[in-house]
Design a binder for this molecule. Structure first.
Ligand code: NAG
Length: 505
């Protein structure tokens, strides 16, 4: 046994020392070597092996290049491979000329002593050579695991001490708390900017994905479970890292939280070694988007007003700049449409998909990103966006473009309103004027050149709620953006209407 250890030590030394040596000649039995007189040249080692193929003893001799001699000292190549029962590596010219016996149980210094270090390696030695280091490795691993656990326990203990500090208690997702508690703490803790990043990560990594609920421009949306509650997880492809980052950034804008804006929970980038998974975790709303909702159901007058008023409230909050340390910048959405608005359980709206939004820095009167290309959904683009006359330097232009889109969303809602037993089928705006997935040019012809807008039926005039909605829409659709209503004005008009119609919102 001792001899064996020495011989493998010698082998190590050989590999290391000869690793840098000049070319080595070996006997070679492969077809390619026939041209060179059954010899090959290598910077690594010579190998001989014997195996039984169809009951025939076959001697194989090959060259092994240096880069294949890993790990150093015990190259896998020299330990045996499937079908190769007896293997011998050596490091002198033509040292693999030997004929190995199969199975060989001869002593290491057996018949071929003198050929390379260790001579022939029998099965028993081979097993010993493999098992010995393996045993040591296991021992090391056990010690390692023990040390790690010990360290972890000490660390957890410290963590717990920190958690008990009441001043930062709300920062930790304690075991027995639900997401709602966490979010509640968050919205009352003052910052309103989102969970601390490490809590976001903890939350995100303990979510169990359940089912895919949608596919978007940037990836997939899943329903996930976290501590007994549902959450929505938007998974971006790693190509869309910028979109992921931008959306997370917007959602974490100070004081953005509002009942009519999708509640953001966490952003996380999981790197699993081969690719990065980008997650945005938000509240889950089982009704899905307003588009899905309107396709499925018609709405009552009360339902219409609730949807319209809540959407206006959300947009007004988004647009509004609040000054002071507890303030928020004005934000324009830039991709408002029924597919980007969610319907909550209480049948109010939550504005989602803030990935294309821009923020206004009022101190310098600038917009936080360069709003270069025409983004958003072509069908919902305001005339000034379609014909590129929009003043990009002026933040209010983007708000006015949002209002135009809101008017279109209102039209989609109002058509589904059940008044006097009549309601229309669901349709997208401009459904009769442009094909599905229209081009900018097709939209521009209709909206800018022909100045067409969705049809407001005459019979809407006979119902107060529909009449008001129709009037708001017209005032959202002016060609001149500055003439359009503001979200706040729409919110006030609809609040009045809801009081008139005796609706509890
Ligand atoms: C290995 O090569 C050497 C040199 O060419 C040759 O003399 C020897 O016979 C070869 N051994 C075998 C087993 O082919």
């Amino acid at each position: 046994m001792a001899k064996l250890w020495i011989s493998s030590a010698v082998l190590v030394v050989h590999t290391v020392l000869l690793g840098s040596s000049q070319a080595l000649w070996c006997n070679c039995t492969t077809a390619q070597c026939e041209k060179t007189g059954s010899q090959c040249e290598t910077d690594g080692a010579c190998m001989a092996s014997t195996s039984f193929i169809d009951g025939q003893e076959q001697h194989i001799r090959i060259c092994i290049t240096r880069d294949k001699l890993v790990p150093p000292g015990q190259p896998f190549y020299c330990l045996g491979a499937e079908g190769l029962l007896n293997i011998h590596c050596c490091y002198t010219d033509f040292c693999n000329s030997i004929d190995l016996k199969v199975p060989s149980v001869t002593s290491p210094s057996g018949l071929e002593g003198g050929y390379g270090p260790g001579g022939t390696w029998g099965l028993v030695e081979l097993v010993a050579v493999i098992a010995g280091p393996l045993f040591l490795l296991c021992l090391l691993l056990l010690v390692g695991v023990f040390l790690y656990q010990y360290h972890q326990r000490a660390y957890n203990h410290r963590q717990r001490l920190e958690v008990e500090d009441p001043s930062c208690d709300h920062l930790y997702p304690a075991k027995d708390r639900t997401l709602q508690d966490l979010i509640y703490d968050l919205s009352t803790s003052g910052s309103g900017s989102g969970l601390p990043l490490f809590v976001q990560r903890t939350v995100a990594r303990t979510i169990v994905l359940q089912e895919i609920i949608g596919k978007g421009r940037f990836g997939e949306v899943w329903r996930g479970r976290w501590r007994g509650g549902d959450v929505a997880v938007k998974i971006f492809s790693s190509r869309e890292e910028r979109s992921w980052f931008r959306e997370a950034e917007i959602y974490q804008t100070i004081m953005l939280r509002h009942e009519n804006i999708l509640g953001f929970i966490a952003a996380d980038n999981k790197d699993n070694g081969t690719w990065t998974q980008l997650w945005l975790v938000s509240d889950y709303h089982e009704h899905g988007s307003l588009f899905d909702y309107l396709n499925r159901y018609s709405v009552t007058t009360e339902g219409m007003i609730k949807l319209a008023l809540s959407a206006a409230s959300g947009l007004a909050h988004l647009h509004m700049e609040i000054l002071g340390t507890q303030g928020k910048p004005g934000i324009a959405h830039r991709d408002l449409k029924s597919k980007n608005i969610l319907v909550k359980k209480n049948c109010t709206c939550a504005i989602a998909d803030l990935g294309l939004a821009v923020r206004h820095d009022s101190a310098t009167d600038t917009i936080d990103i360069a709003p270069n290309q025409r983004v958003g959904t072509k069908r919902y683009m305001a005339p000034e966006v379609l014909d590129e006359t929009i003043n990009m330097r002026h933040f209010d232009s983007f708000k006015c473009a949002d209002i135009y889109a809101l008017g279109l969303v209102y039209w989609e809602i109002a058509r589904r309103c059940n008044s006097g037993g009549i309601h229309e089928e669901y349709q997208l705006p401009f459904y009769e004027l442009v094909p599905s997935d229209p081009s900018i040019e097709e939209m521009r012809k209709v909206v800018c050149d022909q100045k067409l807008r969705p049809n407001i039926p005459n019979w809407w005039q006979s119902y107060e709620a529909l009449r008001v909605m129709g009037k708001i829409m017209r005032e959202c659709w002016y060609a001149n953006g500055a003439a359009r209503l503001t979200a706040l004005r729409i919110k006030k008009t609809l609040s009045l209407l809801s009081i008139q119609e005796d609706i509890k919102v």
